[in-house]
Design a protein around this ligand. Sequence first.
Ligand code: NDP
Ligand code: GDR
Length: 370
Amino acid sequence: MKVALITGITGQDGAYLTELLLEKGYMVHGIKRRSSLFNTDRIDHLYQDLHEPNVRLKLHYGDLSDSTNLIRIIQDVQPDEIYNLGAMSHVKVSFDTPEYTANADGIGTLRLLEAIRILGLEKKTKIYQASTSELYGLVQAVPQSENTPFYPRSPYAVAKLYAYWITVNYREAYHMFACNGILFNHESPLRGETFVSRKITRAVAKIALNLQDILYLGNLDARRDWGHAKDYVEAMWLILQQEKAEDYVIATGKTTSVRDFVIMAFNEVGIELEFTGEGKNESAKVVKCNHPLYQLEIGKTVVQVDASYYRPTEVDLLIGDAGKANTQLNWYPKYNLQMLIQEMVEADVDHFTKEKFLKENGYKIKNQYE
Ligand code: NDP
Ligand code: GDR
């Protein structure tokens, strides 16, 4: 049985990757951080009681900032494959916590690579590094491929640049099977609530159900190449199954503005929007509301730009060229943006419909500690 170790197992990609590796018959070990509340919601459905026979998912407490912990876990687990997905992954937050981000996202990768070397596992253990389209930053050329120069634009991207190159360096210096997947934005119903896609789909559901008035957003002009996380974790696995360790861009090849994402998401619940104004004064109002279940007043403002969400330096345009992954990995995305948005909006509508039903029927959703 192949053994995998996943850092960041409690995150969006960690959950989809765990599901995929369990389906493929792996023994999966994951590193989770200690937190004051449970933080395993995304993988609870996969969790197996350790008292059961043939358990194939095991969680270990740990942190990318603690090399002693990483060395011990890797020694115990003896993984065939490590997927380094753990990171402080929010670009805007990295401007507030730059040192922590450098430590976890940059040096954390070095700690894993060194742990493999210290334990003499260079020939056994393959490692996947979660690199990112944020490395391209200030546009040098489009579409962005494995050969496009990097120009990071945030503490997050600079930390990930270190992680990218230290992965390449350990591959070249110590002949380790170490690879970067340069993944463009990928989303899903499991996406963290503060990334723009999920922030939008949650707001669409709440606004349609009259649980929220306005969605405040930052830069609507930014363009992203958005795919589905389920497709992208498949690429991570494929990258580690090749004969030779290499780096790959994973993307859909299509780019869409945040504004158009908003329009498409509201359309899913039959709401048509019209945007007016520019920059900090831009907003959108309802011009049509066709859904039998949702009644919204025509002319009501439902989206408003709030400059506090702007970033000190922005990445304006991302569009990936996944040609190498298409030909070498035979990887193609199964989801397009429309399908992704539909799945995300449906999941959020379902969630908030239940919440509304409970509230309207007198069930007070209490803080469990009250
Ligand atoms: P999430 O933010 O959903 O998950 C991040 C995971 O990392 C969580 O499990 C989190 O734990 C864990 N983590 C955070 N800090 C540490 C630390 N110091 N030590 C150990 N674990 C830590 O990210 P995604 O699943 O979306 O992304 C996975 C990886 O891929 C990240 O490295 C991200 O930077 C990168 N990436 C993501 C892309 C995307 O579009 N989603 C695109 C390209 C790259 P906890 O649950 O406790 O917070
Ligand atoms: P990104 O994702 O920064 O690309 O990083 P995010 O969804 O945060 O932002 C995408 C774009 O939307 C603009 N934007 C807003 N963003 C957020 N979060 N909130 C808002 O209110 C808002 N309004 C507009 C942003 O300015 C940006 O241009 C994600 C993360 O998953 C990284 O870890 C990963 O490496 C990259 O994708 C690829």
